[in-house]
Design a protein around this ligand. Structure first.
Ligand code: DC
Length: 224
């Protein structure tokens, strides 16, 4: 008898497209596990930064990725028992994570770790290459988009809610530059898989986008 693997829903999209919120909402609605793959790259970046390594130390960074002792609990992330939920969201870690994610050896080191999140009754996997490299057999692949202006507005609102200052024009420029960099890079570029469903969330709340994903999943898992 062939034992089938638990179903995976892969969700990708540019930064501030709302993929994290949508993916978490879908996981909760279906009672599925949730993988924030970006957090793994962020953890590798944090360890590398704290060890004073730079991106040229590829072998050492590869070793960090292999040995990462991380634990995900609800919305918290622990590294070697230390709560690093906020630390992995800093600007320095974001920049280093982007560089670390461009190292093919690091991507390889994290492959099996990501696949280990696939457990019954299913998994919602959020991140760049979820549908193309990590879970190519995902039952549903979603690519979330929104206009750069709307994504900048969402980022602005998030920063305001945290009591931080922000500038709309600078945020928009940052998003446009990041899109160009992410789409042009050689390793795991930002692009929609041929078999992914695109959902434009520009005029849609995260909850509505999540409902669409759940509906499409039910449709896809009923298909023969
Ligand atoms: O989604 P995020 O901002 O937390 O991701 C952190 C960095 O890692 C970002 O530069 C994109 C990259 N990343 C990746 O290359 N592959 C993934 N599966 C997830 C994130």
């Amino acid at each position: 008898m062939v034992r089938s693997l638990p179903p995976v829903i892969a969700i990708d999209g540019p930064s501030a497209s709302g993929k994290g919120t949508v993916a978490k909402t879908v996981a909760r609605a279906l009672g599925f596990h949730y993988l924030d793959s970006g957090a793994l790259y962020r953890l590798v970046a944090l360890v590398a930064l704290e060890a004073g390594l730079n991106i040229e130390n590829e072998l050492t960074i590869y070793d960090i990725a292999l040995k990462l002792n991380a634990k995900f609990e609800d919305d918290a992330v622990h590294l070697e028992g230390r709560d690093v939920t906020d630390a992995i969201r800093s600007e320095a870690v974001s920049a280093t994570a982007s560089a670390v994610a461009a190292l093919p050896t690091v991507r390889r080191a994290l492959l099996e770790r990501q696949r280990a999140f696939r457990k019954p009754p299913g998994l919602v996997a959020d991140g760049r290459d979820m549908g193309s490299a990590v879970f190519p057999d995902a039952v549903l692949k979603v690519f979330l988009t929104a206009t750069p202006e709307e994504r900048a507005r969402r980022r602005y609102k998030q920063l305001m809610e945290k009591g931080l200052s922000a500038n709309m024009a600078a945020l928009l420029q940052d998003i446009q530059e990041r899109d160009a960099r992410d789409s042009a890079r050689a390793v795991a570029p930002l692009q929609k898989c041929a078999d992914a469903v695109e959902i434009d969330t520009t005029a849609m709340a995260a909850a509505a986008a999540a409902l669409q994903v759940v509906a499409r999943y039910r449709q896809a898992s009923r298909a023969p």
